[in-house]
Design a protein around this ligand. Sequence first.
Ligand code: ADP
Length: 444
Amino acid sequence: MSQRILSVALEGDKDVVLVRQRARQISDLLGFAKQDQVRIATAVSEVARAACFGGIKARASFVLQDGHARQQLEVTVTAAGAPAPDTKAAALADAALVTAHRLMDTCVAGSAAGGPAIHMQKALPPQGPISPTRLAQIATELAATPAGSSFEEVQQQNRELVETLAELRERQDDLLSLTRELEDTNRGIVALYAEIEDKAERLRRADEMKSRFLSNTSHELRTPLSSIRALSKLLLDRMDGELTEEQERQVWLIERTATEMSELVNDLLDLAKIEAGRVEPQPAPVVIENLFRALKGMMRPLVDTERVELVFENEGVNEPFESDEGLLSQILRNFISNALKFTEQGSVRVSAIYEFETDTLRFAVTDTGIGIEAEHLQLIFEEFTQVENPLQRKSKGTGLGLPLCRRLAELLGGRVDVSSRPGVGSTFMLTLPRLFPHPAPDNA
Ligand code: ADP
């Protein structure tokens, strides 16, 4: 639905000034902001000037359009005849259209009442619709407000120009301070990055020093520990004569402590070697049957067959797969010896299965032991972590086995996982790719 507001006849330059004033008044009464008022007034007066150029009669009508999401002010400028075939007139009309396009929401060229027409629209500000009563009031106000003289219009335009310039300056100032703020932030970020890099470098160096320290100390400790163990063994074998019962007990204690210490030193050395990048997996075809047979032999001395049975189950992995058998065996030995340590009664099952979807092998060591509380499941993979339990004191350990397993698994391109229920048992899993992930050749 459209409601008429005002119609202005355009017959000369004076009317162009008039229509500009009317456009500003109408947009003001319809609630447009100051800037939009200037935009509408400028678009309408430019189109009006082009329409009545060369003495052609024209008309501008202001209408309120309903039916859209928001009401629209529509201004149609209709010329009574075709424009003079004059290049100046054509250039003026083009420039007016470009201006109107820029300043209004839409601007369409068409025809009305037998002559060419330009329709321009701008949506009203979202302050609620103008009712027919309000529109009638606006019409009365317009009739009561006579248009000012050209001189007044020039003054008004100057005022608008000054206001626009002031606003432009303000925006420029805002932009300048925003740019400065951005520059400061950028400088801050660059400084932070430098700090992070510096810290990362220091961490890298500290890590290197830790690995070097560990491997040096471990080497220094290994030799005396081996001597202690060898000498204790000589004494226990009565090479240097008979021992009293008390002496035997004491030498046995020395031997056991030295053995535990060399286990700790070996684990530390292994970890240090991995961290220093000095462990290089040697992939080769691995046959499960052979691996399991070797493990069975190695672990037999640790199994107390009265209480626990150690079972190996190959679930159909017949094809060889590619991995480093030594490192793989080290991980499984760790899992199995833990399972045996923490299982008083029942079984420890070692299984292997091929998972087609992921092209991986899954090893699982399942025990019927004391289990691990959920809150400790991640902690046990951290260095020197042991969970307090009645079996812990009986069984010795370093708290380095599982962290070592995790690093070794990563070296083999796989991962370790655990699931456990206290009082029921635990399952430690190792997942490995069927084909060893060889690093891409270095082209540099
Ligand atoms: P260590 O066995 O030398 O103490 P690990 O890193 O191998 O060190 O294991 C860390 C801790 O995780 C163990 O001390 C134990 O508390 C817990 N744990 C490991 N395996 C098992 C298992 N199969 N059942 C119960 N607890 C376990």
